[in-house]
Design a protein around this ligand. Structure first.
Ligand SMILES: C[S@@+](CC[C@H](N)C(=O)[O-])C[C@H]1O[C@@H](n2cnc3c(N)ncnc32)[C@H](O)[C@@H]1O
Length: 213
C-alpha cells in the first residue's frame, strides 16, 4: 500500500493500527489491517459526529471506524446491513458470488458481529441498523455524515442507487471510501461520484477514497 501523507503523528497512527491489528483479523470479512488502520485514521482526521458503513458483515470495517471514534472519545459509527440472503442476491452479480452468498448463514454472521462489538468494547461507539441501505437512509439527516464506507452489495444497480441515496447525507468535505473499485460492477457508481464533483484522493488498488475538495 502506498504511504499516505497524514496530519496524524506516527504515534497516533501506531496506536490506531495496534488496536485494529489486535481485533479485526479474527473477525469474518474482508477489510485488511492496512485498510482498517487507514479507515480509523480518516475518522480521527475528520473528527466526525457520525461515520457510516454500508455493508458490515462480521464487522471488520465498522469496528475499524469505531476505533477512530473511541480514540477521539466522540461520535458514532452507524453500521447498516440487513444480514439477509435476498439483499445479498439483489442486482446482477457474478454467478460464483451469488452461489456463495446464497449458501451463507447471514444470521450467524450477524451474531458474530454482535459478539465482536462486545469483545472489542466498541458497542458504545456503534449504532446498528439491521436493514438495507435504501431503507436506513431515511433515518439519517442530510449532510450529517463525515465518513462513509460503501461496502454493501456491489452490483451496478445497488452501488449506483447508494451513490444517489447517500451522497446527500455526506458533509460537503466528507470522505467517501469505496470498496472493490476494480470490479466492473462498481465502475458506473464511481463515474457518478466523479460527475457529482468527487475525485479520488487515494487509490489503494482494490479501494479508493473520494472527496469533493
Ligand atoms: C462485502 S460484505 C461487507 C464486508 C465488511 N464491510 C468488511 O469490512 O469485511 C457485504 C455486506 O453487505 C450486506 N448487504 C447486502 N445488501 C445490502 C444492502 N442493500 N444494504 C446494506 N448492506 C447490504 C451483506 O449482508 C454483507 O454483509
Amino acid at each position: 500500500m502506498p504511504s499516505i501523507p497524514s496530519p496524524l503523528s506516527d504515534e497516533i497512527r501506531a496506536r490506531l493500527r495496534q488496536r485494529v491489528e489486535g481485533a479485526i483479523p479474527a473477525l469474518h470479512g474482508w477489510t485488511s489491517v492496512d485498510k482498517g488502520s487507514r479507515m480509523a485514521e480518516i475518522v480521527v482526521e475528520a473528527r466526525p459526529a457520525r461515520s457510516v458503513e454500508l455493508g458490515v458483515f462480521g464487522g471488520r470495517g465498522t469496528i475499524s471506524l469505531a476505533f477512530g471514534h473511541e480514540f477521539l472519545g466522540l461520535g458514532e459509527v452507524v453500521a447498516i446491513d440487513p444480514w439477509e440472503k435476498d439483499a445479498s442476491l439483489e442486482g446482477v452479480n457474478a454467478p460464483e458470488n451469488d452461489e456463495w452468498w446464497g449458501k451463507l448463514d447471514h444470521d450467524a454472521i450477524y451474531a458474530s458481529f454482535v459478539e465482536a462489538l462486545r469483545s472489542t468494547g466498541t458497542e458504545r461507539w456503534c449504532r446498528v441498523l439491521r436493514e438495507r441501505s435504501a431503507d436506513a437512509v431515511r433515518r439519517i439527516a442530510d449532510a450529517s455524515v463525515a465518513v462513509l464506507h460503501q461496502d454493501s452489495n456491489h452490483s451496478e444497480a445497488i452501488s449506483c442507487a447508494e451513490v444517489e441515496q447517500w451522497v446527500p447525507k455526506l458533509a460537503h468535505d466528507g470522505w467517501w471510501i469505496a470498496d472493490d473499485t476494480d470490479w466492473p460492477t462498481t465502475q458506473k457508481a464511481q463515474a457518478r461520484l466523479v460527475a457529482l464533483g468527487f475525485r479520488a484522493v487515494e487509490d489503494h488498488g482494490g479501494w479508493k477514497v473520494y472527496r469533493r475538495i
